[in-house]
Design a protein around this ligand. Structure first.
Ligand code: BG6
Length: 482
């Protein structure tokens, strides 16, 4: 029987242990993995297969909901697992992987590169040299892809010389989140919103990804990356794309990606002056989370004492196109903030004339709040008369809580995206030109920051830098809207 093999480079790393292997286990438990499919973890550590299995089992116990792990499922899941010791930059080590893969009669391997992006080119080159790449192989590249436009272009070019574009899966796990896909349903399944979904109907939009976690032991990675490259270049811009894109012809991969690309290309470039006016960077200082003291960014391991890396970014962004000209999109993300919230707030325009008297009564009236996490929901605020003798109106929301509307378990983003890779569905992955367009817009902002003041300090556990609140106050939405 021909079997499929998924090879995970970075197989002992943080992402594999926290996300990929738990997601694969869940897919296995639900019977969604192809029969006989094997998973080969690849890492530098010299581990026996059994020690690798112990490590994976511990990770599943730690990162899965307690009721989802059971011994019977583990026994069948672990039968799929292998481990190969390999240093990505050492050619000779690939012979060990080749021996393992040839031992199976495989139908095209999947190579998941859960490694820093500096290793993407060496790994693909070595896989090719070891004759492990065929027309049916696939390669999955984790974000951030590259460090800037030239490095991303180089990855696209050199990986593209080995794998065709249809074989390359550039992953952004935000696209695998259930509510993000619900955005497609909301926008393209409900005609009522389309009439309003433009500069005439919408005053501004705010996209927030606020996190409580700090850099979680990834100091060395974060120092090189910062919030702009870690969150804005990919997750936030992708959310913006789905929110702002024109209706695609279908949900076929290129139809969707063509429209997302147009949004990225219409991002209004920010000059150095705009950067000073329309962006805020922050860096957390020591504070308190959940009643316990937490260290400031500069005191985290592997961080330079004089680091200017931003752990927070707020940006006012505009799109140069007919649908959105003049509508501000506020993007807001940071670590060590008060609450963990990812949400999109769409503020509709006020009525042209208020018949209720008091000025300002209508502001913040109609808005749509799409919450991605922690609890997935849609809230549509409508102006409603408050009970009583007076004609007083206030916004009240229609609520759709996904957990009460649908009782089925929702797949984690990685579960869905891994299945999409296995099934060959590219719609929820970024194309090379999208990546280029995103870097093209992001690079000048990062360059302009170099000549400006260091990031503004904000206390861990708080609401972010004051300047960010001032920037957002230019719009109408409060951050972390409830
Ligand atoms: C990752 C970033 O891509 O996304 C992390 O590298 C961040 O820094 C994470 O914490 C957030 O993802 P989620 O799904 O927990 O919101």
């Amino acid at each position: 029987m021909k079997v499929q093999i998924l090879v995970i480079f970075g197989g002992t790393g943080d992402l594999a242990m926290r996300k990929l292997l738990p997601a694969l286990y869940q897919n296995h438990r639900e019977g969604a993995l192809p029969d006989g499919m094997r998973i080969v973890g690849v890492g530098r550590e010299g581990l026996e297969r059994n020690s690798y299995l112990d490590k994976v089992r511990d990770a599943l116990r730690q990162f899965l909901p307690a009721t989802d792990f059971d011994d019977a499922q583990w026994t069948t899941f672990s039968a799929r697992l292998e481990f190969v010791q390999l240093d990505a930059r050492v050619s000779a080590d690939y012979a060990r992987l080749a021996a393992m893969l040839r031992w199976q009669d495989s139908r095209g391997h999947i190579f998941y590169l859960a490694t820093p992006s500096e290793l993407f080119i060496p790994i693909c080159t070595e896989l090719n040299r070891a004759e492990l790449v065929s027309a049916t192989s696939k390669v999955v590249l984790e974000k951030p892809l590259g460090h800037d436009l030239p490095s991303a272009q180089r990855i696209n070019r050199e990986v593209g010389a080995i794998f065709r574009e249809q074989q390359i899966y550039r992953i952004d796990h935000y696209l695998g989140k259930e509510t993000v896909q619900n955005l497609f349903a909301l926008r393209f399944g409900n005609g009522m919103f389309e009439r309003l979904w433009n500069r005439d109907g919408i005053r501004d939009v705010q996209i927030t990804i606020a996190e409580q976690v700090g850099v979680e032991g990834r100091g060395a990675f974060y120092e090189r990356t910062g919030a702009m490259r870690d969150m804005v270049q990919n997750h936030l811009l992708q959310l913006l794309c789905i929110l702002a894109m024109e209706p695609p012809l279908s949900l076929e991969a290129d139809a969707v990606r063509d429209e997302k690309l147009k949004v990225l290309r219409s991002l209004k470039p920010l000059s150095a002056v705009d950067v000073a006016r329309q962006t805020v960077r922050g860096q957390y200082t020591a504070g308190e989370m959940h009643g316990a003291p937490v260290a400031g960014y500069l005191d985290e391991p592997d961080i330079r004492a004089d680091s200017r890396t931003e752990t927070f970014v707020a940006l006012k962004v505009e799109l140069n196109n007919w649908r959105w000209a003049g509508v501000p999109f506020y993007l807001y993300t940071g670590k060590r903030l008060q609450s963990r919230v990812a949400e999109i707030v769409v503020n509709f325009r006020d009525v042209p004339h208020s018949v209720f008297g008091s000025p300002g009564t209508d502001s913040q009236g109609n808005r749509l709040v799409i919450r991605l996490q922690p609890d997935e929901s849609l809230k549509l605020y409508l102006m409603t008369k408050a009970p009583g003798d007076e004609m007083t109106v206030r916004p009240v929301s229609l609520n759709l809580e996904f957990s009460s509307a649908f009782s089925t378990r929702r797949r984690d983003a990685y579960e869905r995206l891994l299945l999409d890779v296995i099934r060959g569905r590219l719609t929820l992955f970024m194309r090379g030109d999208e990546l280029d367009a995103a870097w093209q817009w992001v690079d000048p902002v990062i360059d302009a920051w170099r000549g400006q003041d260091p990031p503004e300090p904000y206390v861990a556990g708080g609401g972010g830098p004051d300047a960010a609140l001032a920037l957002l106050a230019q719009g109408s939405a409060a951050p972390c809207d409830a």
